[in-house]
Design a protein around this ligand. Structure first.
Ligand code: PHB
Ligand code: FE
Length: 330
């Protein structure tokens, strides 16, 4: 990271550094993060609770800015332009845009990534894991600066070479890699499926108990990619508490509720106007259109399958209106 990104290289009196990127500055104190940007009426300050900010920042960093839009809340966020990234305040909130108080700036991806990583590292205290549910990670995010948690924020994705469980890949059972069943999933059966491979196919076909696998996930709101067929990605995930971002997509995605329940709030992607509430129970399937933003709420740890279309061509087709923002016209 270039030194210019550190706004005040000396930490504030409670130990946190301040940062700047373009015209934006970032500060934190015991409870809050303060984001400032210039407007025609002087500098505007927006407050976000530090835990919510760090949970959102963790997703933006870990997902490399994700598919198009990551809103930290109703004001601040980023747009992935796949090579460059826009950072904005108020630009997708009609209360701000109608008064001309919003700002969007564009950066090279490595530049904004370095600043975001530096903020996340400095502002995450020892014992706070932004990927964990509040039940698990408690209130260590609060207060004066107290150590760090490089292990939690530096998690690497475990990648498969073939398929988990097949010879030459990771061991099938995640307990073999040290992940216990989450107490919220204590009732999930752990039996592995029986595999009867035809002669000649031994060591080439395999099956796993996805529920058992997910029951041992140590993160929330962080989809894994469990199968890839061309640009068709199955991304199962375990959810508890609040999706730390409001995701504004540039394509259609599908949700399949595997267990428990998630309530979704759907807003217009451009204005933030409320559009729908979607209550998903086990077995429910929903398609999320390409012109909305959404945020999920899970009162109990839940399993969700996110089905993504990673084909980059659909972005242009949506942007030019060549295809509708929804998958099916009834
Ligand atoms: C989404 O924005 O679609 C999303 C992100 C993370 C999840 C689930 C859904 O864990
Ligand atoms: Fe989404």
């Amino acid at each position: 990271m270039s030194n210019s990104a550190i706004y005040e290289p000396i930490s504030n009196e409670i130990g946190y550094k301040s940062f700047k990127l373009g015209s934006f500055t970032f500060h934190r104190d015991e409870y809050f993060v303060y984001i400032e940007w210039p407007t025609k009426n002087g500098r505007m300050t927006h407050y976000i609770s530090a835990d919510a900010f760090l949970r959102a920042m963790m997703r933006d960093v870990a997902w490399g800015f994700f598919y198009y839009q990551v809103n930290f809340d109703h004001v601040f966020g980023t747009n992935n332009l796949y090579g460059k990234v826009e950072m904005f305040a108020g630009s997708f909130n009609e209360t701000y845009t109608s008064q001309g108080l919003n700002l969007t700036e564009t950066y090279e991806t490595p530049e904004i990534m370095a600043v975001f990583k530096a903020i996340l590292a400095d502002w995450t205290n020892e014992g706070f894991d932004p990927f964990a549910a509040p039940r698990e990670t408690g209130i260590a995010w609060m207060g004066r600066k107290n150590g760090d948690n490089a292990a939690a924020i530096g998690r690497d994705r475990e990648t498969c070479k073939r398929m988990v469980g097949l010879p030459g890949d990771a061991p099938l059972r995640s307990d073999d890699r040290g992940y216990p069943v989450n107490p919220a999933f204590a009732d999930v059966p752990q039996e592995a499926p029986e595999i009867h491979a035809a002669p000649g196919y031994e060591g080439r076909v395999f099956a796993i108990n996805l529920f058992a696998y997910l029951s041992r996930s140590d993160v929330t709101w962080n989809p894994s990619i469990s199968s890839v067929v061309k640009t068709n990605l199955f991304c199962p995930t375990t959810e508890e508490y609040i999706l730390p971002i409001k995701h504004g997509n540039d394509r259609v995605e599908w949700f399949l509720q595997l267990s428990d329940a998630i309530n979704w709030e759907i807003e217009d992607k451009t204005t933030g106007r409320p559009r729908a509430k979607v209550i998903m129970k086990p077995g429910d399937i929903a398609s999320m259109p390409a012109d909305i933003r959404h945020q999920g709420f899970a009162a109990k740890r839940a399993m969700l399958l996110v089905w993504e279309n990673a084909n980059p061509k659909v972005v242009e087709l949506h942007n030019t209106g060549a295809i509708p923002p929804y998958p099916v016209a009834f």
